[in-house]
Each structure stands twice: as C-alpha cells, then as structure tokens.
Ligand binder design. Structure first.
Ligand SMILES: [Zn+2]
Length: 312
C-alpha cells in the first residue's frame, strides 16, 4: 500500500510511520499483516485488516468463548462477604482477581455497569455474585443474548446499540480489538452519566518487551489487535474527547515473558508447554520481573482510569 494512503495515527493524528510485518502466532494461521508504528506517539495500528477477521477467532480456542461457570447460592454469599471485607480493609488475602481495579473505582452496588466485549460474561457474573445488581455485557460475537437473572444481561450486540446511561463502563482487553479508538471513547463519553467512570485495560507499547522483541511480542497478537496505544497516544486522544485521566496503572504479568518466549521458539500459544519449557524457579522470576516492570512503567499492559467530569 502506498504510504500516502495510510490513515493518520488514530491516537495523535500524526502521519509519520514506520511499517512492519507481523504473523498470526497464537494458532499459527497463515497470512502476513502490516502494522504502522506512529513515530510521534508510538501507538500501533493494523493497516490491512483482513476481510475474514472472524476466522481468526475460532470458537473452540479463543479464550473468551469458554462457558460461563455459575456458582452456588452459598458460594455467592461468601463471595459477596469476601468482597465487602476486602473493600473495607487492607486484607489483600481476600482480594479477588479483579480486586485492584474494583477497589480503586469502588462503585456502588446499584450503579449501572457495562462491560464492552464481555465474552462469556464470567467477570460480570463474579460482580453479580459479589452483590452488584445492574450489570450488562455487550459482545456481538457471543452466540445469543442471554438474561442470566434480573441483575445481569449479556447482549449479543455492539455497545452502539445499548440503551440508557452508565455509572461505570469497562473494557477488559477489548479496546485493542476495535478499529476506531476515537469512536469508542466518544461513545463511552456519551453513554456515561456525569461523574461516571471509564476503565480501559489494554496492552501498551510502552512495554519493554515490545521494544526488545518487536513482532514476537505476545500481545501484538496479529491480526486480532487492530490498535495498540502508547500511554501518550491514549491520554492525548482521551483528553481531546473530554475524558479526564485519573490514573494509569500497569498490570502486566509473567505472560509477557513466557508468551513471547514461546513465539521466539516458534511455538503456538500453548499453555500446556509452559510448564515443560520453564521451571518453577524461572516462572517465579518472571512474576517478580513483571512486578518490577509495572512499577517502572514498562510492563506490557495498563489500566486507564478515566472520569467524565461533572460540569459546574
Ligand atoms: Zn500517534
């Protein structure tokens, strides 16, 4: 494609690119994909989005398509109790896996909460089990719309077609699968109540792993990831739309190291291989390194905490 036909950076609007090629590595499907790296904000975008993009999301192997697991009435009570204690205390032992961002946002139990790209809805279900009562998931790729109970509906539709307004909108590793970051952030802005919060968790190109390993980086995930922002690119765009950034928190894990190492060795993303290739000591070191990278602002994914300001 001639360089003048490549659209401007979707984050900062500049038109100074470095192009590179990437392969599909998770399942080792054929094809070559061209990405541009903005030389101003260092965000990435996929230039040639395949027409058959859905073929790269096979139902049986893509992680968000596994079946939702519901827990018992008693277990749900225990989950609600655990969350209540965790939110009110410093007891990290009680922390559920989603605890760090939930504690920061601290929504009320009757807040209207939306999850964009909810997949099987497991996260919303855990929030329901913990006592949240107005939960909606949106995902055009789920088999069908499903109302689990009076508190939780999973819609087979895109967020554009949602009704009403929300106090909290979340995107957990869904943002990078979308084509237009401006459209989605604008839509979130419109759909938030004043003072409402937006949480976006996504890979970021500030990652040391990206800088070192380039197209072998596991979270490049060609061609499913259509955009990957840098902190600078994301915050520039969000503030243009009127969203106020409260905090950026890095939350990368050992996955960035072992996933990238699998690709370096020419392997697909097969979790069963991890324990045969890396010893417990090595995996422990990777966990420690991920924590250090997060503190130093060079982990490979981050949480953006944003708010729609209340106009005076
Ligand atoms: Zn840019």
């Amino acid at each position: 494609m001639p360089i003048e036909q490549i659209s401007a950076c979707k984050f900062c609007g500049k038109k100074d690119f470095l192009l590179f090629l990437a392969k599909e590595r998770m399942l080792q499907l054929p094809g070559e994909f061209t990405y541009s790296e903005c030389q101003s904000c260092f965000s990435l975008q996929l230039i040639n989005i395949p027409d058959n993009l859905s073929d790269y999301y096979p139902l049986d192997s893509y992680y968000s398509q596994v079946t939702l697991v519901e827990s018992s009435y008693l277990k749900n009570h225990l989950k609600a109790l655990r969350l209540k204690l965790f939110l009110k205390s410093q007891w990290n032992i009680l922390r559920p896996s989603y605890g760090y961002w939930l504690k920061k946002i601290n929504p009320k139990l009757n807040d209207q909460i939306a999850d964009i790209g909810c997949g099987n809805g497991q996260l919303l279900y855990e929030l329901y089990a913990s006592g949240y009562r107005n939960l909606q998931g949106f995902d055009p790729f789920i088999p069908k719309t499903k109302q689990l109970n009076s508190s939780l509906t999973l819609w087979k539709k895109s967020f554009d077609d949602s009704e009403g307004h929300f106090d909290l909108i979340m995107m957990h590793h869904a943002f990078e699968h979308l084509n237009d970051p401006r459209d989605i952030l604008k839509l979130c802005f419109e759909k938030l109540n004043p003072g409402g919060r937006l949480l976006v968790r996504t890979p970021v190109t500030d990652a040391e792993v990206w800088k070192e390993k380039r197209e072998l980086w596991v979270q490049l995930d060609a061609p499913r990831h259509l955009i990957i922002p840098s902190i600078k690119g994301f915050t520039t765009l969000a503030s243009e739309i009127g969203l106020q950034l409260e905090e950026v928190e890095f939350d990368s894990s050992a996955f960035q190291f072992w996933g990238t190492a699998l690709y370096e060795q020419g392997q697909p993303l097969n979790q069963a291989l991890v324990k045969t290739l890396f010893g417990p000591k090595e995996l422990k070191e990777m966990n420690k390194k991920a924590l250090r990278y997060n503190q130093e602002g060079k982990g490979d994914q981050a949480c953006f905490y944003l708010v729609k300001p209340i106009k005076s």
